[in-house]
Write a protein that binds this ligand. Structure first.
Ligand code: F6R
Length: 242
């Protein structure tokens, strides 16, 4: 695991975007595993800038997202599909029919999870997977206690995660209670992983990830089992390590 302590959020976002851009330059038909949430917004801004001002083309990429809320459609402004359109897809030249997310509206959720895993397998896994981290160490929506052997599955969101995500919804009651997420094993099937963490609220999770033991109580600690992981943190996220 390579750890990069960045000066600030902007620096972290640029470094993560550069790693993704390099992957696309080397392999124009790369499969990019993407994340949503507050932390990756700067990475997407920088990728859009690289596309608009430096000619970086995403024409032949495929994207697979980590997760999606259950019970809301892809057009819902709170869906992760909508987030991806707003922050990235509508600003670059990638092909709409190669943007994949779990279908939150699927009637047969189990079949949808299997379909998503088969899709990821058929693509050969992500060439690079971008991850954020929850305050409780979750990755994707894999909450503490999730098996490291998990594949794409449906989850009940815990209260801390719903509270953390409530900022995007009119009220906490509007935050979905369920989601579909890639499992830990699915995430580990990526060829390369980049985890980004910014701000004081992530400092405890970052310390457990980097200095604690490998345990299903900290889902992100599974990343120690992967051979090619970069962890990019800013000074605040690193503050409990020193
Ligand atoms: C998002 C995801 C989550 C977030 C995590 C951190 O697709 O899978 O694991 O990465 O909750 O979210 P932010 O960046 O909003 O703090």
């Amino acid at each position: 695991m390579n750890i990069f302590e960045c000066h600030n959020y902007e620096d972290l976002s640029k470094k993560a975007a550069d790693i993704i851009a390099e992957t696309v330059r080397q392999k124009p038909d790369a499969v990019l595993g993407l994340a949503t949430g507050g932390t990756p917004e700067g990475v997407y801004r920088e990728l859009v800038r690289l596309h608009k001002t430096e000619g970086l083309s995403f024409k032949n990429i495929t994207t697979i997202n980590l997760d999606e809320y259950a019970g809301i459609s892809s057009e819902d402004p709170n869906s992760y599909h909508h987030y991806m359109n707003t922050h990235l897809f509508q600003h670059i030249d990638s092909e709409k029919n190669r943007h994949f997310l779990p279908d939150g509206k699927a009637e047969d959720v189990e079949a949808e999870c299997e379909r998503y895993d088969r899709l990821i397998d058929s693509l050969g896994g992500a060439d690079i997977q971008l991850l954020g981290i929850g305050q409780n160490g979750h990755i994707g929506f894999n909450e503490p206690g999730t098996s490291f052997k998990s594949r794409t599955h449906s989850v009940e969101l815990n209260e801390q995660t719903r509270q953390a995500n409530a900022r995007y919804f009119p009220s906490i009651d509007d935050v979905p209670k369920k989601a579909i997420t890639m499992g830990i094993e699915t995430i580990l099937s990526s060829k390369r992983i980049v985890l980004i963490a910014s701000g004081k609220s992530k400092a405890a999770a970052v310390k457990t990830l980097l200095d604690g033991k490998i345990s299903e109580e900290c889902p992100a600690s599974a990343l120690h089992l992967h051979p090619h992981v970069s962890v990019l943190i800013d000074k605040e996220a690193a503050s409990l390590r020193h």
